[in-house]
Design a protein around this ligand. Sequence first.
Ligand SMILES: Cc1ncc(COP(=O)(O)O)c(/C=N/[C@@H](Cc2ccccc2)C(=O)O)c1O
Length: 456
Amino acid sequence: KHYVAEPYKIKVIEPISVTTKAERERFIAEAGYNTFLLRSNQCMIDLLTDSGTTAMSDNQWAGMMLGDEAYAGSRNFLHLQEVVREYYGFRHIVPTHQGRGAENLLSMIMIKPGDCVPGNMYFTTTRAHQERNGATFVDIIVDEAHDSQLDLPFKGNVDLSKLERLIAEVGAERIPYLCLAVTVNLAGGQPVSMANMRAVHKLCAAHGIKVMYDATRCIENAYFIKTREEGYADVTIAAILKEMMSYADGCTMSGKKDCLVNIGGFLCMNDEELYQKASELVVLFEGMPSYGGMAGRDMEAMARGIVESVDYNYIHHRVAQCRYLADKLDEAGIPVVKPTGGHAVFIDARAFLPHVAQDRFPAQTLAAELYVESGVRAMERGIVSAGRNRETGDHHRPKLELVRLTLPRRVYTYAHLDTVAEACIAVYKRRGRIAGLEMIHEPKVLRFFTARFQPL
Ligand SMILES: Cc1ncc(COP(=O)(O)O)c(/C=N/[C@@H](Cc2ccccc2)C(=O)O)c1O
């Protein structure tokens, strides 16, 4: 297999703090066996998240010196607005401090209590905001998305018959919008095909239901369309992105992922009335409609990041790094989600630790073991992240109990990925001797961020 070399060279470095195994055993115990509670300087290769961990380019850093910090009408906002209109195609953009800011505004202006918001698999913060505004999230993703070993090109797709059944059951007036995630984080970074986006838009438009994308990893989705979908091999990433967005009425965006910045986000829409409502609320939650919780310099960095993000060489390498790591684990017999997603390698913790019951937190356990083995920080994406069912009080029990090895953009090299693979293989060899965890502190909201555990 050919793995493309980094299409950039290193100009500035940030030293990695090296730890010993004995130190890491102490650190993870102090962190309640929750990798979110480790300090950055206790992690040697930090694969917790691709969110906000991007290395910016010299062009973006130069832009940071051109921050127009005027309270209103900053030239950086005008630049960001112009770039989003050009690349995403929506008429209105409301800047927010990050994705969550956009999710908050969207949920508040579109949802009324008792509504249903259908989507292609849940995401924690997205669902939390929908529920907070009185809606019920309804999963309409294709069944195949819940099978980690099924190697299909677009496992993020919507099952149109599920959507039709939902509309028939609850009525279009109780569905303010469909939330289409491109890509689907918790399914393993799985993309949605252009054909499915087109069909979803057509069906929703026929019922007067808006389609709002969670565009957080839309460049990765565009790359998978280019490389996997008939008819797009010779189409540019930018043109694919624009067509994707043409099938949506708006989007929320966490700029901390595919806009290549460390903070920032936006909410987009075409509808004038929605824009007016969002503009009224943004002053309450994020500041002015012309800065949305970002400094001028951050908006400049994001505008420049958006232009860089559609460069084929950038996204080709970014996805190739994920595939490189996934192939190494797969060759060693370690169960990983197939096909490899755009931002991470997801280990199937249930298959890795079949003797650990799901309510003994296999993914949480494996993430802690990986950390002790080699200082690699991964993230639990299983029963702990899924939280509890509001009605029954029992854990949500997702079919996918995953450990996510999330690759920051333009940060690590293939040598780092070799170290990660070796660590996974070492733990895999001693998996029979790994017992589970019990939860000793359980927060009420989004518990995975601060829950604490101890070994059985
Ligand atoms: C598909 C999708 N939509 C919206 C957001 C929110 O965007 P923001 O508010 O962070 O900018 C995110 C953030 N995902 C991050 C950070 C994270 C967030 C909650 C729990 C765990 C991790 C991650 O997956 O690591 C996302 O993935």
